[in-house]
Design a protein around this ligand. Structure first.
Ligand code: NAD
Length: 247
């Protein structure tokens, strides 16, 4: 049975923890001005997933996919990390074992100072050659012609996980191990819909970890949570950092 906490009980026990995992989703970047994928104002209200973010779309219409993706890069560049991202970087300093697992591709956790970051869905600022597999940092916001090409002549693909693609196995393994050994998992701004990321809180819970949820509304993870903070991620994380004396 899930044990429930009040906020200060949680802070007292959390402060003693050795091993912490965090799972973040698009909601943590919403207050930076980056739209989430689902929910009110979400990206999918305006564009269909099939049109831009699937492997078959990339194979049949890479120009359209790259046009959309370059717009997404511009959004990431025009916005910046918020206090929820910087609060997580502060928390990392406090624990011996701290793994930040993110589904986001915006690079904001690293920009805010987080170091041990597992990127389940890749990073928008990297590209990979669809022919030779070469992977490299790519900060371009535009190209002379689309799709951009690798030196080998192959087509470049944004190095993010499209629908229909497998997750990077090494990153997934690191995430599962962190979920299995953590005493606490903070689950922040994720709708609990996209697999397999959605199973990580179950994995932590079944291994004895306590789940703390931060979201604007209840999700499929809420029944696992010992504490749910239904408030914006910036506010919840500022409260946690302040209560731990880290601000
Ligand atoms: P999602 O869009 O499915 O869900 C967002 C969740 O965040 C919702 O549950 C919503 O209630 C919550 N939320 C919204 N604003 C919040 C706030 N201020 N504080 C706390 N919670 C808030 O996102 P997902 O679960 O991450 O899954 C969708 C996929 O979207 C992921 O694979 C991710 O790669 C991708 N994505 C990434 C970005 C990014 O990198 N910033 C942006 C959009 C989508």
């Amino acid at each position: 049975m899930t044990m429930s906490y009040d906020f200060m009980d949680f802070i007292r026990e959390f402060s003693q923890a050795k091993s912490v995992a965090v799972l973040t989703g698009a909601g943590i970047s919403a207050e930076s001005g980056v739209p989430t994928f689902r929910g009110k104002g979400g990206i999918w209200e305006e564009i269909s997933i099939e049109e831009v973010a699937t492997i078959s779309a990339f194979e049949t219409n890479p120009v359209r996919v790259w046009e959309w993706f370059l717009d997404l890069r511009k959004t990431f560049k025009n916005c910046s990390p918020n206090s929820a991202h910087t609060s997580l970087a502060k928390l990392e300093e406090r624990f011996d074992d701290f793994t930040l697992i993110t589904q986001n591709i915006d690079n904001y956790h690293q920009e805010a100072g987080s170091r041990n970051v597992v990127e389940l869905h890749g990073n928008a600022w990297w590209s990979r050659c669809w022919s030779c597999g070469a992977r490299f940092e790519d900060k371009a916001l535009g190209f002379d012609s689309l799709p951009p090409r690798c030196d080998c002549g192959g087509r470049l693909k944004p190095d993010v996980v499209f629908f229909g693609e497998a997750l990077p196995i090494g990153e997934l393994e690191r995430a599962i191990q962190a979920a299995q050994r953590c005493e606490f998992m903070l689950v922040i701004g994720t709708s609990a819909i996209v697999a397999p990321a959605t199973s990580l809180p179950y994995c932590a819970y079944q291994s004895g970890g306590k789940i703390i949820e931060v979201n604007l509304e209840p999700t499929g993870h809420s029944s696992l949570a010992s504490l749910s903070l239904f408030e914006p991620a910036t506010k919840a994380l500022e409260r946690i950092v302040e209560a731990m004396g880290l601000d």
